[in-house]
Design a protein around this ligand. Structure first.
Ligand SMILES: *[C@@H]1O[C@H](CO)[C@@H](O)[C@H](O)[C@H]1NC(C)=O
Ligand SMILES: *[C@@H]1O[C@H](CO)[C@@H](O)[C@H](O)[C@H]1NC(C)=O
Length: 284
């Protein structure tokens, strides 16, 4: 009988112990797994990227990690790129932490989406030193504007075309091209192509004044020529040229001689290297 009583007592104690053990495990499960089982964060630009001074890039990866192997550390989420911060609701964070299966930050208990952002402040992207323009007089400096309503990063435009360069190659852009500073410290065009440095082409040539002297055009009978305005068209690489519908029709109005191969160079019309005065006419 004593034995029986003892065995009942033992099994009661066992049951209590098991119940306590389960409680402890439940609490631990929740603590550990509730803060280790966050899913990957949704990447979203809208509503997360700070308005100015940061380049947010959907291609930048986020990475989760658990610090400590056997402790009950919670999962953390960071941007993989060491120079990128996590942008959430326009604010920047080093990390988000997993709490109750939800990502959270110091200011937000449930984070639904975020994006990785890198600085694109003034000075992040390089510009040519002054020397470059002394050595390459066909270019002028690319003027960098601060961020504004339409540009979250510093930006600039080249009204007459640009030369974009990398360590190994250069590319010419036609006029009106715009570049903005990207988080990888390079200049990007509106299609996302990136370059180390940008220089602008010299300014464009103005159309010449159309001159129609009576000695060559018009009023005398018979008229020597019928005169009309030349066209100003974009040639290769954004270089402007001046053309007429008829060959050899473009002439100086002062002496009726043909203007050969006119091109715009450094804001000045030239013909075979000589500057052209602003009195020309087209004569068929
Ligand atoms: C972070 O920025 C520094 C310069 O500030 C640069 O040297 C480094 O390569 C960058 N790291 C990454 C991962 O891009
Ligand atoms: C004709 O006039 C232009 C400028 O008006 C001058 O540059 C050019 O040399 C002249 N050509 C001749 C053959 O006189």
């Amino acid at each position: 009988r004593i034995l029986l009583a003892l065995s009942v007592f033992v099994s009661l104690a066992n049951a209590q112990c098991t119940e306590r053990e389960l409680d402890r495990e439940r609490a631990e499960d929740w603590k550990i797994h509730g803060c280790r089982s966050c899913k990957s964060m949704q990447v979203e630009f809208e509503g997360n990227c700070p308005q100015r001074g940061y380049d947010c890039d959907e291609a930048l990866e986020m990475r989760t990690n658990v610090l400590g192997t056997d402790s009950c550390e919670c999962s953390q989420l960071r941007c993989k790129d060491g120079n990128a911060s996590l942008a959430i609701g326009g604010e920047l964070f080093i990390r988000a932490t997993c709490v109750d299966k939800e990502w959270s930050t110091l200011t937000k208990t449930v984070v639904e989406s975020g994006i990785c952002a890198r600085k694109c402040d003034k000075g992040i992207c390089r510009t040519h030193p002054d020397d470059y323009f002394n050595n390459n007089p066909i270019y002028i400096p690319f003027v960098v504007n601060p961020p504004d309503l339409e540009h979250s990063c510093p930006w600039g435009t080249c009204s007459s075309g640009a030369i974009a360069s990398d360590s190994t190659w250069e590319l010419t852009y036609s006029r009106g091209v715009e570049f903005s500073c990207a988080g990888d410290r390079r200049w990007q065009d509106t299609n996302g192509n990136r370059y180390d440095l940008i220089a602008c082409m010299q300014k464009e040539c103005e159309p010449l004044v159309f001159d129609e002297p009576a000695t060559f055009c018009g009023d005398f009978i018979p008229a020597k020529h019928t005169c009309y305005k030349p066209q100003y068209v974009d040639g290769d690489s954004g270089v402007k040229t001046m053309t007429c519908d008829h060959s050899n029709a473009l002439r100086y109005s002062s002496n009726d001689t043909v203007v050969a191969l006119p091109i715009c160079s450094h804001g000045q019309w030239t013909s075979n290297g000589d500057e052209i005065d602003d009195d020309t006419k087209g004569i068929p």
